[in-house]
Write a protein of this length. Sequence first.
Length: 339
Amino acid sequence: MKRPKHLVFLLIMLIVVLSACKRNPLKVDISDIQSEAEIVPFGELLFNIEEGDTLEAIAKLSNEYPDFFNLFTYRIIRIGGIGDQDFPELMKTFLADTLIQEVKVKTDSVFNNPKKLDKQLVKAFKYFAWHFPDKEIPTIYTYISGFNQSIVTAENLVGISLDKYLGRDCKYYQQLNTTPQYKIQNMHKDRIVPEVAYAWALTEFEDPNSATNLLDHIVQKGKLMYLVDAMLPDTPDSLKIGYSTEQLNWCQMNEVPMWTYLIEHKMLYSNKRMDIVRYVNDAPTTSGFPLESPGRTGVWIGWQIVRQYMKEHPEVTLEELMNNKEYQQILNESEYDPG
């Protein structure tokens, strides 16, 4: 039996509309992007130095990567500079430390296919380059830090402590007893690229002086998360923000009561430091919300506001969004209304 022509037409239009709804506007074509992040396996270069040639080889490494080398020795493992009298001995001690040697073995086993991570990082920064063609792409360094900072950034560089991403069940995190359990939940390799993207967004676009109240802060953080969306258009939201599936579902189910609470308690325009910290800083839960809530729910809400704003204003480029510091205007023009 033949379908009526008008029914066939309606079915085709429905398919087109549904396809348009599912299409991600941030999934742009990066095939022509020539800019590419350089990935430097700094840790491998450092640990491959043979004991007899330590000082000479370290000096060579310092000359090859001077900016990162100083960042690594001063800020990350904190043993000072190569010109310091006790530097050679301190570096030798770091490289020969029994725990560091064990962690090196563990890191090598977790990251047994480093090219996979490299490919993910290169792809993320190709998306960044598509949206910001005039900005430089950073050089990315991987290494073992002795469980110090996970991600560090400086001008045109990013550093990744691979030993901070060995998995939730890594025995060292429990033994050291210096990291709370809610943070350990994100110490796995799938979180590396989202954390790098967010750290780079912070480095390039955060302007704390432009944010005075809670609304300003949550929209500002929402913009940073939207940049993560742009750099990682195929990554699940749970990985982007570092929530479990249950935590993300909780936010989606409770978006209306959270927003209502902030309005009814006149929190949006509070400039009290503790009110701001309560909603945007990392924590096991959000104080004042049910215990099932994750931390940083203000960041999640700001993310939804910015997403809605960009949906309402498809003519706005990502660069224009990131340079817009009129946070109230973004809220107003987003027509955000989770109810």
